[in-house]
Design a protein around this ligand. Structure first.
Ligand code: AHG
Ligand code: MN
Ligand code: MN
Length: 357
């Protein structure tokens, strides 16, 4: 049998800052066969039940990827009559993606229950299951009609035998208890980025073989950056600390931070995090006064926690501006959270502006 030798792939060479905008080369492309999710996770000595879960989730998301590719031909873009539990307008593909993942996961003996951004309550699966899977079936879905990247985000936590999987209390564990997390990015290519607590890794779907193949291992987010992402149209609703921090970023080399920044906003968290995992950056969705009762827009269980785990395993940071997101004890399943994530230096700096207040 062919021996996998990707552990011996050449070490990644950090490109100089001036060419950071190039994605790192795929160090595995000359290997035959390229490592698959299964061969990679087996080498990491991941539990067989979790490997199987990963494979089933990947097959569900492959299905979503191909439906997205045909969405404009099959009248699957646009909205449904409903709003979801969070009062947000649901897109047809939000509902379709949710159903695909839900059906696939609930068929697995290892899954004790699921919770989704698009479901009001968690849904119980197999009573002896080992895992809960929490997910945002389609992230950035406002981008669908304009054919821009969207994604699926997932978080996997261990279940205890005595827990009731239809009760949301069972799921309300801090993010540092996740045993795996990641996302699928539906862009020009379909990619899976995940962590099981031993680094963050990227797989890309080979549409010829139908396999996800390892294309980046042990991703590292550079410590410092000259790129930030925030929805500037909300500026007047931000807290003073955020106003001041962004103002100083905009002042560039003439301000206290003494370097010039570029800005990006895709309105798809998966795509923003993916950019940061590729060339660094800081992504922010702070609390604002549009909905003062909510601590932010993004959801702790489906967006904050899984992205925080992925980013931390890539040597970045994720904070709500005061605490590590992974340390927050959730109080309800659809809880919101402020997010500052990415290159360590800027997340530290954003926290400092909040401490000064
Ligand atoms: P979702 O499509 O799952 O509701 O999430 C959208 C989120 C996130 O992906 C993105 O960063 C943010 O909402 C964009 O918000 P604005 O439209 O307020 O910029
Ligand atoms: Mn989302
Ligand atoms: Mn969503």
């Amino acid at each position: 049998m062919h021996q996998l030798n990707y552990r011996n792939a050449p070490p990644r060479v950090e490109p100089p800052q001036s060419i950071r905008y190039d994605a790192p080369p795929n160090e595995y492309r000359d290997l035959a066969p390229m490592p698959t999710i299964r061969s990679f996770l087996e080498q990491q000595e991941t539990a067989p039940s979790l490997i199987h879960l990963f494979e089933e989730l990947s097959s569900a998301c492959q299905d979503i990827a191909s439906r997205l590719q045909n969405a404009h031909n099959t009248n699957s873009t646009g909205v449904v009559e409903n709003t979801n539990v969070q009062g947000e307008q649901q897109k047809k593909m939000d509902v379709i993606s949710n159903d695909i993942i839900k059906q696939k996961l609930l068929a697995l003996e290892a899954v004790k229950g699921i919770a989704s951004e698009e479901e009001e309550h968690p849904v119980a699966g197999h009573s002896n299951g080992e895992y809960y899977v929490l997910f945002d079936p389609l992230d950035g879905s406002s981008n669908l009609d304009i054919n821009v990247s969207v994604g699926t985000i997932f978080s996997i936590i261990k279940a205890k035998p005595e827990e009731d999987a239809s009760d949301e209390q069972a799921y309300l564990k801090p993010g540092h208890e996740q045993c795996a997390a990641g996302y699928f990015l539906y862009g020009p290519s379909t990619q899976l980025v995940f962590t099981t607590g031993s680094g963050t890794h990227q797989f890309s779907l080979n549409t010829d073989s139908g396999e996800f193949e390892l294309t980046r291992e042990n991703i590292l987010i550079p410590n410092s950056t000259q790129e930030f992402a925030i929805n500037m149209s909300n500026q007047r609703f931000w807290e003073t600390a955020v106003q001041e921090y962004i103002q100083d970023l905009l002042l560039g080399e003439e301000g206290p931070i003494q370097k010039r920044f570029n800005m990006r906003w895709i309105a798809s968290m998966v795509a923003e995090v993916h950019r940061i995992l590729t060339r660094g950056g800081v992504f922010m969705y702070p609390k604002d006064s549009r909905a003062p009762e909510k601590p932010g827009k993004l959801r702790l269980m489906y967006e904050g926690n899984p992205m925080a785990f992925v980013v931390e395993q890539a040597q970045g940071r994720c904070s709500n501006a005061r605490n590590n997101v992974l340390d927050i004890k959730p109080s309800h399943i659809h809880e919101r959270v402020a997010i500052f994530l990415g290159s360590k230096e800027e997340v530290d700096r954003a926290e400092l502006y909040h401490k000064k207040k």
